[in-house]
Design a protein around this ligand. Structure first.
Ligand SMILES: Nc1ncnc2c1ncn2[C@@H]1O[C@H](COP(=O)(O)OP(=O)(O)OP(=O)(O)O)[C@@H](O)[C@H]1O
Length: 977
C-alpha cells in the first residue's frame, strides 16, 4: 500500500538485488499535527572563483568584484569607462579567496540539513563550464555528509537510515551511476503516488559515512567527462546524487511514524553557449542537449519567479526539470550556488548566470515535513496495541494499561503485597484460633477454683457448654433415656450466672475479632476487585455489586463495648440485662453472616466470570456439542469443586461457600409451608438448581493454554506475563474467597455457642423458678460414671432427639436433614447439643401449655402449640405425597407400597405411604429408610449437596434471618421444623 507523497523525490526507489526492501507507506500531506507548509524563497548564492591558470595565461582581466557579503559588481576595464558598473545582490556572495567551507556554512548548510528533519532539500550548482561547479559541489557534498553523520551521532534517540542513488542526464538520457549495467537510457515513469520515478534506478543503503563517501565517489567516477576548450575535464552531463534520509524514534516508542526526506546534490553541466566552447561533433551534440535541459530549467525558473500568474510550468520539457520538479517551486528547500569565472572574457556568460540567479531568487518553494508509516513499524505497533488491549481485558489496574515492562513490574509488586496481606490475615486467623483454644484451656483450669467459690456454680457444666466435649459428657442411663435427658437438663440448668456472663463476654470478644478480620479481608478483597477489571459487562456488574456490599459490610461493626472479663460480679438481674444485650447484638451477628453470605455469592460470580472459567466452558462446548447438556446435569461448581470429591468438605464445613445461594433457595423452597407449595413442582426446584459453568475435567481451572485469546497475542513474553498475572490474580480471588468462607464458618459457630449459652441462661432461670436444689445436681454429679466415648454419646443423644422429634411432631424434612447430616463426627457435638436443648425446651413448653390455646404472637406467625405442629406436619406429608409422582417412577412407587404394606389398589395410597414415614422412633431401620425416602423426595440425595449449613438455615426464619433465640419469637420455628 502506498499513498501520494508530496515532495517525493521523483526517482523510484528501486534497489539492486539483495538490497533490503522497506516498503514505505507515505502519508499524504504529511504535516504532523496539521503543520503548515513552509513558504520559502530559493536561497541563491554566488561564488566567484579565482582566475584559472589558463585565464591568467591569456592575460584575462578580472571583471567582477564582491563588494560585500551579498553584492557582486561588474568592474569594467579601466579603458572602457562608458560602461557603468552593475551590481547584483544575492543571499550571499563569495569572492575568489573564499573557501568551500564558508560557502557551505553560510550558504547551503541550513538547507542541506533540513533533510534530517524530514524536509526535502536540493543544492544546485549552476554556471558555465569551468566556473567551478564540480569543485564547489564536491566540497559541499563532503561537508554535508560530515554534518549528517555528526547529527546522527548526536541524536541517539532516533534510528537513521540513509540510502543513496546517483544518476546523470547525458544527452537527455538518464544513466544510473551506481549500476553501469542498467543501460544508458533509463525510463522516467509517472507514478501517481510518487511522482516522476526513474525505472530500475539502484538505491544503496549506506552503512556509514565512509561507505557513503565511497558510493559517492563511484557516482563521480562514472560521470561523463570530456575535454573542452575551457575545461580539460568538463562535466558533460547533469549529475544528481540523491540521499534519502529516514529517521524514527527507537524501540518501545508508541510513535510509528518516521521522518523521510531526500537531499539532492545537483551538479549541472556548463551553461555556456556552444560557440564559446569551440565544440563540434560530439561536444556540439552534448551542448545542444545540455542547453535543452538548461534552457527548460531557465524557463521553469523564470516562470516560477513571476509567481502564480505564470501559467503552465514546463517541467516535462526536459528530463532534468521533470526529475527535479519538486525542488523547483515544490515541496523542498532549495539552494542554488551560481559559480562565476572572474575573467573578462566570460563576462557575457557570467551575466547570464547572474540573470538566472536573479530569477531564481524570486522562486518560492513550499517545503513541508514528510512523515511516513512503514508497514513494518505499523505491524509492530499494532502487535503492541493488541497485546496492550488483551492485557487490559484481563488486568484490573487502569494504570497498568501501557503494557510496558514497568507496568508489569508494578503488578508483580502489587501481587506480592496482596500475598503478604493474605498471609497476615491467615496469621491473625491462627491467632484467633489459638485464643479460642487458650480460652477453653483456661476454662478447664478455672473449674476447681469455681467449685470452691460456691457449690451452686458447678464447673463441669461450663466446660460442657463451651467445649462440647463428648468424652466428658456423663453417661446417661441407656434404659431410661428420657429420664437421663431430664437429668442432663437439670444439670445444665445449674450453670452459674457468673460463668455464663463470663462466657458470653468472651464470645463477644471473639465476635469482635471476627468482625475486624472480616473487615480486613474485605479491604483486601476490595483492592483485588479494583485491580480486576475483567473487561466484560458481567464482571463489571459483579464488581460494582461487590463493592456496594463491601461498603455496606463496613457499616456493620461489631459492638465494641469495654469487656472486662472477670472484673464483674454478676447476679441474676444483670444476667437478664446481659441476655437482653445479647439479643440486641444478635442482629449484628446475623447481619455479619448475611453480608458475608452476599460477599461470598459475589465472589463466586466474580470467579465464574474469570476468563479461564468462561473460556474453558466455551472450549468444552466447542469441542463437544453434548457437553452443554452434560454440564447442566453435572452442576459443576465454581473453582473446580465438583460434587464428588468435595462432598466431604461440604459436610465438614457448616458454612461452605459452594453454591450456598442455590442451597438457600432450595432450603427456602423445601421449608416453605406445603400448603403454599401446591404448585411447587420438581421443575421449580430443579430450576433453582441453576447450572454453573463447567470447567475442565481435570479440575485445573488455572490452566489456560491454547485459549483463543492467548493465541492472538503476538509476543510470547507478553503472553507469558499475561498468563502469570492472570493466574496470580485468580489465585488471589480464590484465597480471599476461601478466607471469607472461613470467616462465615467461624461466625456461624459463634452463633451456635451463643445460642447454647442463652439456652443455659434460660434453663437456669426456669429451673430456679421450679425450685431445683443444687444438692440434687451435686448428687447427680457424684452419680456420674466414668467418661464415655463421643461415639456412644452420639448414638444415645441421637436416639433422644429422634424420640423428641416424634413427641414434638417436628417436620420430617427437618428430621431427615438432621439425621443424614450428623453421623457422629466430633464436630457434630455442638449441633447435637443445641438440637437436644431445643427439643427439650419444646417438649416442656408443650407440657406446660397442655390443652390451653396459645396466645398469638401478633406478628402473623402461628402460635407455638403441639396442635399447630401437628397441622404443619400434616401439610408437609401432603406435600411429600405429591412429590411421589414427580420424584419416583411408577415401578419405584409400587415397590415401596409393597414394602411398606400399602395396598396397591387402595385410595390415597401416596398419602398412606407418606404417613407411615418417621412414625417409629425406636426402629432404627425404619428411621434410616424414612430418612432416605424423604431425602429422595425433596432432592437431598440427588444434589449431593446437603450440608450443615442447610441445617443451620433451618434454625432461623429464611425470611428475616433473625437468630432463633431472638426473644421467644423464633422459637416458634421449632414447631414448624
Ligand atoms: N573556487 C575555486 N578555487 C580554486 N580553483 C577552482 C575553484 N573553482 C574551480 N576551480 C578550478 O577550476 C577548474 C574547473 O573547475 P570545475 O571543473 O569544477 O568547473 P565546472 O564548472 O565543473 O566545469 P564543467 O562544467 O566543464 O564541468 C578546476 O581545475 C578547479 O580546480
Amino acid at each position: 500500500m502506498s499513498t501520494r507523497f508530496p515532495g517525493t523525490p521523483t526517482s523510484k526507489i528501486d534497489r539492486a538485488p539483495g538490497t533490503p526492501v522497506s516498503k514505505i507507506d507515505r502519508t499524504p500531506a504529511s504535516t504532523p499535527g496539521g503543520q503548515k507548509t513552509r513558504e520559502e524563497k530559493i536561497v541563491v548564492t554566488v561564488r566567484l572563483r579565482p582566475l584559472s591558470k589558463r585565464e591568467q595565461g591569456h592575460k584575462d582581466q578580472v571583471a567582477w568584484e564582491c563588494v560585500d557579503e551579498q553584492t557582486i559588481i561588474y568592474k569594467p576595464p579601466s579603458q572602457d569607462r562608458s560602461i557603468a558598473s552593475t551590481s547584483y545582490t544575492f543571499d550571499k556572495v563569495f569572492g575568489p579567496s573564499s573557501v568551500t567551507e564558508a560557502v557551505y556554512e553560510d550558504g547551503v548548510k541550513n538547507v542541506a540539513l533540513s533533510a534530517l528533519m524530514g524536509i526535502n532539500a536540493t543544492i544546485f550548482a549552476y554556471g558555465q563550464t569551468s566556473s567551478g561547479k564540480t569543485y564547489t559541489m564536491r566540497g559541499i557534498t563532503e561537508k554535508a555528509v560530515n554534518d549528517i553523520y555528526n547529527h546522527i551521532m548526536n541524536t541517539p534517540e532516533r534510528d537513521f537510515n540513509i540510502k543513496i542513488s546517483g544518476l546523470e542526464i547525458y544527452n537527455e538520457n538518464v544513466r544510473d551511476l551506481l549500476n553501469s549495467d542498467s543501460g544508458r537510457n533509463l525510463k522516467l515513469l509517472d507514478d501517481p503516488e510518487k511522482g516522476t520515478v526513474v525505472e530500475k534506478l539502484v538505491e544503496e543503503t549506506a552503512n556509514g559515512d565512509q561507505h557513503l563517501r565511497h558510493l559517492i565517489s563511484i557516482c563521480e567516477a562514472q560521470r561523463q567527462v570530456g575535454e573542452t576548450a575551457l575545461n580539460d575535464t568538463s562535466s558533460r552531463s547533469h549529475q544528481i546524487i540523491r540521499l534519502t534520509i529516514e529517521s524514527s524514534l527507537r524501540e518501545n516508542s508508541d510513535c510509528v511514524r518516521s521522518f523521510i526526506a531526500t537531499l539532492n546534490f545537483v551538479d549541472l553541466a556548463g551553461s555556456e553557449r556552444a560557440s564559446q566552447t569551440h565544440t563540434d561533433g560530439a561536444r556540439l551534440r552534448e551542448g545542444c542537449h545540455i542547453n535543452l535541459s538548461l534552457m527548460t530549467l531557465t524557463t521553469v525558473i523564470r516562470k516560477l519567479s513571476v509567481g502564480k500568474k505564470s501559467g503552465h510550468i514546463p517541467y516535462r520539457d526536459s528530463k532534468l526539470t521533470r526529475i527535479l520538479q519538486h525542488s523547483l517551486g515544490g515541496n523542498a528547500r532549495t539552494a542554488i550556488i551560481c559559480t562565476l569565472s572572474p575573467a573578462m572574457s566570460h563576462v557575457e556568460q557570467s551575466r547570464n548566470t547572474l540573470h538566472f540567479a536573479t530569477r531564481a531568487k524570486e522562486v518560492t518553494n513550499n517545503a513541508q515535513v514528510n512523515m511516513v508509516v512503514s508497514d513494518k513499524q505499523m505491524v509492530k505497533h499494532l502487535q503492541k496495541e493488541v497485546a496492550r488491549l488483551e492485557a487490559e481485558l484481563r488486568t484490573p489496574d487502569p494504570s497498568a494499561r501501557s503494557g510496558s515492562e514497568l507496568d508489569w513490574m508494578e503488578k508483580d509488586i502489587k501481587i506480592k503485597q496482596m500475598e503478604t496481606e493474605i498471609e497476615e490475615l491467615r496469621r491473625q486467623r491462627d491467632l484467633a484460633q489459638y485464643q479460642v483454644e487458650e480460652l477453653r484451656r483456661k476454662m478447664q483450669e478455672e473449674q476447681p477454683a469455681i467449685q470452691n467459690l460456691s457449690p451452686f456454680e458447678s464447673p463441669h457444666q461450663v466446660k460442657k457448654c463451651l467445649s462440647f466435649s463428648g468424652p466428658s459428657t456423663p453417661k446417661p442411663d441407656g434404659n431410661k433415656t428420657r429420664k437421663t435427658m431430664g437429668r442432663q437438663t437439670m444439670r445444665q440448668s445449674s450453670t452459674t450466672p457468673f460463668t455464663l456472663v463470663h462466657e458470653i463476654r468472651k464470645l463477644e470478644q471473639l465476635q469482635e475479632q471476627l468482625g475486624e478480620e472480616a473487615n480486613r479481608a474485605l479491604e483486601v478483597l476490595q483492592k483485588e476487585v479494583t485491580c480486576h477489571r475483567l473487561g466484560n459487562q458481567d464482571a463489571a456488574e459483579t464488581i460494582a455489586k461487590l463493592q456496594a456490599e463491601i461498603r455496606e459490610m463496613r457499616t456493620v461493626r461489631s459492638i465494641t463495648q469495654e469487656v472486662q472479663v472477670g472484673g464483674i460480679a454478676p447476679n441474676r438481674s444483670n444476667l437478664k440485662e446481659e441476655i437482653t444485650r445479647l439479643h440486641s447484638q444478635g442482629s449484628t451477628i446475623a447481619d455479619l453472616e448475611e453480608q458475608l453470605e452476599n460477599v461470598q455469592k459475589s465472589i463466586d460470580k466474580l470467579v465464574l466470570s474469570l476468563p479461564s472459567n468462561n473460556q474453558q466452558s466455551n472450549n468444552v462446548h466447542e469441542a463437544n456439542p453434548k457437553s452443554k447438556t452434560h454440564s447442566k446435569k453435572k452442576k459443576m461448581l465454581p473453582l473446580g469443586s465438583s460434587n464428588g470429591p468435595n462432598i466431604q468438605n461440604l459436610i465438614r464445613s457448616p458454612c461452605t461457600p459452594l453454591s450456598s445461594s442455590r442451597r438457600v433457595l432450595e432450603a427456602e423452597a423445601e421449608n416453605k409451608d406445603p400448603e403454599d407449595d401446591d404448585n411447587l413442582s420438581s421443575e421449580t426446584l430443579q430450576g433453582s438448581e441453576k447450572p454453573t459453568p463447567t470447567k475442565s475435567e481435570d479440575g485445573d481451572v488455572s490452566s489456560r493454554e491454547g485459549t483463543p485469546c492467548f493465541q492472538r497475542s503476538s509476543s510470547v513474553n507478553m503472553r507469558k506475563m499475561q498468563k502469570m498475572f492472570q493466574n496470580a490474580a485468580e489465585e488471589n480471588v480464590r484465597s480471599i474467597r476461601a478466607y471469607v468462607t472461613e470467616l462465615k464458618e467461624r461466625v456461624a459457630k459463634l452463633q451456635y455457642q451463643k445460642q447454647l449459652l442463652v439456652c443455659q441462661v434460660l434453663e437456669l432461670e426456669a429451673n430456679e423458678a421450679a425450685g431445683y436444689e443444687l444438692e440434687d445436681d451435686e448428687n447427680l454429679s457424684e452419680q456420674q460414671g466414668p467418661p464415655v466415648s463421643w461415639h456412644v454419646t452420639f448414638f444415645e443423644q441421637r436416639q433422644q432427639i429422634i424420640e423428641l422429634w416424634d413427641v414434638c411432631q417436628v417436620s420430617i424434612i427437618h428430621r431427615t436433614q438432621f439425621y443424614l447430616l450428623f453421623k457422629g463426627d466430633e464436630a457434630d457435638q455442638i449441633y447435637m447439643e443445641v438440637e437436644l436443648r431445643r427439643l427439650t425446651w419444646l417438649q416442656q413448653h408443650f407440657a406446660e401449655l397442655g390443652n390451653a390455646s396459645p396466645a398469638p404472637h401478633g406478628d402473623g406467625k402461628p402460635p407455638i402449640s403441639l396442635s399447630a405442629s401437628i397441622k404443619a406436619l400434616k401439610r408437609e406429608r401432603e406435600f411429600l405425597a405429591k412429590r411421589l409422582i414427580t420424584r419416583l417412577s411408577a415401578e419405584e412407587r409400587d415397590a415401596l407400597y409393597i414394602k411398606w404394606e400399602v395396598p396397591l389398589d387402595g385410595k390415597h395410597r401416596k398419602l398412606q405411604f407418606v404417613n407411615k414415614l418417621w412414625t417409629n422412633p425406636n426402629d432404627s431401620m425404619h428411621v434410616q429408610e424414612s430418612a432416605e425416602i424423604v431425602a429422595k423426595l425433596v432432592g437431598f440425595c440427588e444434589s449431593g449437596n446437603v450440608s450443615k449449613e442447610m441445617f443451620e438455615l433451618n434454625f432461623a426464619l429464611p425470611s428475616d434471618k433473625r437468630p432463633w433465640f431472638l426473644g421467644w419469637d423464633p422459637i416458634s420455628n421449632l414447631i414448624h421444623l
